[in-house]
Design a protein around this ligand. Sequence first.
Ligand SMILES: [Fe+2]
Ligand SMILES: [Fe+2]
Length: 315
Amino acid sequence: MSIEVIEVSPRIILPPAGSTVAGEVFRQLLQQAIRVADQANSQAVRMASDFAEVYRREQAVRLEYETKLREMRLLERQSTRYAEDLAEMLRSERERREQLETALESERVANEELRRTGLQGISHLLLAATIKDQTTGAHLLRVRKLVEAIGTRLGLPSQVVEEFGYSSVMHDVGKIHTPDHILQSEHHLSSEEFEVIKQHCIDGEVMLGDARFFETARAIAREHHERWDGRGYPDGKKGDQISLAARIVSVADVFDALTSKRPYKTAWTIEEGMAAVIAGSGAQFDPEVVAIFQSLQADGSIERVRQEVATAQLD
Ligand SMILES: [Fe+2]
Ligand SMILES: [Fe+2]
């Protein structure tokens, strides 16, 4: 907005001759006064309209500012609420996860308890069933303890060691179908009789059903007469086609059979049994399991197992 300077002219036009001087001066002054008033008026109008324009712009700016402020406040409120919702969601999610973990953990404990109860029950039943035959009962107990000792030294988790141990007790369950005259034969078996003996591995696997619970026991029943070199029975599996559990049971079972008295043979000494196991390393047996077994003999663990079982049988 500009302020215009109104210039009042000092010049007075002299009246023509014959006119009234005073009248003429007045007229001219009046005209000048009217002009000045007109100019002042139009300047005031301009100023007013300039003010109005400035005011309008200021109002617009203020309005815009207030709108923006309102939007920002709304945004702030929304983001606060959003953050609170998010925190709440995270909190309930964490609680839910904790509940789930607790539920899973108690289910795992219950399952584990059930598994152990089942394995222990079956193992004890088997031992009870063979109690009339001290040789077989002691054999199963020694095999179990030897299997656990091997598994532990191999560094297997304790739960797996325990499962291998209890499952090993069922390695010959299939023999329930083998006729007594073949089982108790004191002579060398004929090839027909040997075919019948082989069947106990297959029968054992079938008897243990299809529950996951007996997965290891089934593998042991089926594979405990397989050989590392593939020349065993019933399937001729070789190397690590044979489950680790069965490879361990194979060593423990053969060693214990050799060092026990059977209807057809006297008991071998530990050293003789050990020599046979070492001779079978890489042929009949997994070399790694044989090496572990040797270390168990070296530190007296095998002797300790035999003592423990001998004592238990006397009770
Ligand atoms: Fe067997
Ligand atoms: Fe056996």
